[in-house]
Design a protein around this ligand. Structure first.
Ligand SMILES: Nc1ncnc2c1ncn2[C@@H]1O[C@H](COP(=O)(O)OP(=O)(O)OP(=O)(O)O)[C@@H](O)[C@H]1O
Length: 667
């Protein structure tokens, strides 16, 4: 990228990309040219240095598969059906999430290796930001069905692929991912793939429809079609309504068909079903005899007569005095018990140091003293912040969290302080309440406070000292009554020495501190395991650990701390038989590390030892480069992101990927 010529506009982009390869002499369509432009200028990729496909680790894949379990279960039959039809013709079928991560891959048996070498496997990431123009990434970006054929791909190492892809939306219209069929070295032109694309679109719609049915299985749903039309399953229009007849979900065909009929500013979700089909739910039920038959009706809104099949779960129906089937009147339901976060003492577990610290915090509660929580990633800083809020007099007020590392520096100010209407171009017309104001009467939790930009430290310091804020464009200050809790995994004293953190700001935040130990240094792991099972994983009752499995959980070095332990337990429970957790149910990384430690028998304690071991653990070239940069810039993420030319959230993601945790000399 450093030697790239001056590029001004799409024409230059096309000339540069096509000029990168001798065999790429053609003029791309607008969609491809736009995508090349994004790949080159927005994502900083260069066609002259092809990138291998990004592949997640086994552990990360398991995490993602769990996260998308429902989506995968819903799509599974569709994938199997589609793959059966096109695998013999040399196609592989992939399902991805909305970032382009492959969650399921069905590859033709004959040449599995070739496909996997081309990057078509579970865990590969095909977002445009990583892989440049390609079927999956570009479909997700454009949110429409497309074919990306041979040389249209940005990188030469993908030129042998021809991909037909359709996006998949959930019943609220949110992008969930995409369905992709790829073939290698297709002999014909792009047009030869049109039929494949049609098939992919059809299966994509069928997956969406089954997503819809699954989501609204306990609601009133209806299937609508024009009476005289050939019934195309993939095109069926599906709507879900609540007992009051308000539309709460729709599939893509229904959105396309009915949103056209609405006045400007109206949205299908939230409309009365009567305004679309001309009948209320009760009228539909009476006419269809409780859903036993379809109803034909000419709605004043629609041109053609429609046929409506209504489906109501049996427990929602009753027969009235006229012998008509109608909806059961809604009984007032007792309000669901609120999700309870663990208390301070529960979180402290049996760790004496933390318990003592918690008692001190209880003494200063409600005395308007800011609290600073420190600890490595995943040690429970946010969990403690919530518990402090719940234990305080402000518990009925809001708990508002702001992660200073997760949002671009340029937005932190407006996120914190908000702005009044018309303050600057691009601002929301109605203005925006900042997080500080949103937290009024409650608690603001400033996570990753070490990443707060210097000029904002000054502004926030003033706001906290004066107990009022002045949103951008406001003429009157707003008084503040908030508990401030901040957290960091960084060494703020070092930041102060390096002039990256204001000393007065540090003392303003640190009225009292809570130091959370790394999990590997805690002796109450069994207590924590039970606490996680009870608060997040459906209860500890009936969960049994084989002695060796428990020993591994005790001995592992837990770079991701309690968060990682929670993920490991979630995984183990999912794969175990009847909640009996054995060694085989633990992720391979955890078991493998045990072997490693057996040889070394010591866990490094000093900073130098920790740093040495860090490099030893990171075998990947990219990971090593990251470790070097982190050390060089003393773990200042902003400087590391500038050095490596990647954004800060990517630095964090990659630290997570390579299990890199900042050595912490606090403990
Ligand atoms: N003492 C504890 N007992 C049980 N579960 C805990 C405990 N502390 C934290 N957890 C759980 O561990 C996970 C990670 O906790 P949390 O997000 O609070 O960590 P964190 O230190 O804020 O992480 P980060 O620095 O990465 O933001 C959460 O699922 C939380 O519920």
């Amino acid at each position: 990228m450093r030697n790239m010529p001056q590029i001004n506009g799409t024409k230059d982009v096309v000339a540069y990309v096509t000029g990168s390869f001798q065999d790429r002499q053609f003029t791309p369509g607008d969609l491809i040219a736009k995508s090349w432009e994004r790949s080159l200028l927005k994502h900083g990729l260069d066609p002259k240095t092809p990138q291998p496909v990004d592949i997640l680790t086994h552990y990360e894949i398991q995490e993602q598969l769990q996260l998308h379990e429902d989506y995968l279960n819903i799509a599974r039959n569709g994938l199997t059906g589609l793959s059966k039809r096109i695998a013999d013709a040399g196609f592989s079928v992939l399902l991805t999430d909305e970032s382009g991560l492959t969650l399921d891959a069905r590859l033709p048996k004959m040449s599995k290796d070739i496909w996997q070498n081309a990057g078509l496997l579970v865990g590969s990431t095909w977002g445009e930001a990583q892989a440049g123009t390609n079927g999956i990434g570009t479909c997700l970006e454009e949110k429409e069905s497309i074919i990306i054929h041979h040389h249209e791909h940005f990188f030469a190492n993908h030129h042998q692929l021809s991909c037909s892809v359709t996006p998949i939306f959930d019943p609220l219209g949110n992008l969930k991912g995409c369905l992709n069929a790829s073939c290698l070295n297709a002999p014909g032109s792009k047009e030869s793939q049109f039929l494949t694309l049609q098939m992919i679109i059809m299966y994509g719609r069928m997956i969406e429809n089954s997503y819809f049915r699954q989501t609204y299985r306990s609601q009133i749903t209806m299937n609508i079609k024009e009476t005289n039309n050939f019934s195309d399953l993939a095109q069926e229009q599906l709507l879900a309504v609540n007992e009051r007849g308000i539309i709460i979900g729709a599939n893509r065909s229904a959105f396309a068909e009915y949103e056209n009929l609405l006045d400007r500013g109206q949205q299908l979700l939230g409309m009365q079903i009567q305004d679309i089909v001309g009948l209320t739910v009760d009228q539909l039920l009476t006419k269809s005899n409780g859903g036993a038959s379809t109803v034909r009706h000419q709605s004043p809104k629609l041109l053609d007569e429609i046929e409506i099949a209504i489906r109501v779960p049996a427990n929602k129906l009753v027969t009235n005095m006229n012998d008509e089937v109608v909806l059961k009147p809604k009984e007032p339901t007792p309000s669901a018990p609120k999700h309870r976060h663990p208390t301070l003492e529960k979180l402290a577990g049996e760790d004496e140091g933390v318990l003592r610290n918690v008692q001190q915090i209880r003494h200063v509660l409600n005395k308007d003293i800011p609290i600073l929580i420190t600890g490595e990633t995943g040690t429970g800083k946010e969990a403690f912040a919530r518990a402090i809020h719940d234990a305080s007099d402000k518990k009925n007020g809001p708990f508002i969290a702001l992660n200073c590392a997760a949002i671009p520096e340029s937005l932190i100010e407006s996120e914190l302080f908000g702005y009044k209407s018309g303050s600057f171009t691009g601002a929301n017309r109605k203005g925006m309440k900042g997080k500080l104001e949103q937290a009024n009467g409650g608690t603001i939790f400033l996570d990753e406070i070490g990443d707060m930009p210097a000029q904002l430290q000054t502004r926030l310091l003033r706001a906290l000292a004066e107990r009022e804020i002045m949103p951008l464009g406001a003429t009157e200050p707003t008084p503040l009554d908030i508990q401030v809790i901040s957290a960091t995994h960084q060494d703020l004293m070092q930041h102060i020495k390096d002039k990256m953190f204001r000393e007065d700001f540090y003392y303003r935040l640190n009225g009292m501190s809570l130091k959370l130990p790394a999990l590997r240094n805690r002796d109450d792991k069994d207590f924590i395991i039970n606490c996680i099972l009870d608060s997040e994983l459906g209860g500890s009752e009936g969960v049994v650990f084989a002695p060796q499995a428990r020993q591994i959980l005790h001995d592992y070095h837990w770079p991701g701390n309690i968060r990682q332990l929670a993920n490991v337990l979630r995984y183990a429970l999912a794969v175990s038989k009847e909640k009996h957790i054995t060694i085989d149910d633990l992720p391979i990384e955890v078991r493998a590390a045990k072997e490693l430690y057996k040889e070394e028998e010591i866990i490094p304690e000093t900073e130098t030892e920790k740093q040495m071991s860090l490099s030893d653990f990171v075998h990947d070239e990219e990971g090593r480069r990251l470790v070097d940069a982190l050390r060089q810039y003393r773990w200042n993420i902003t400087q590391v992101s500038e050095e490596l030319n990647i954004c800060r959230s990517t630095v964090y993601r990659k630290m997570k990927k390579y299990n890199i945790v900042q050595p912490n000399d606090i403990y």
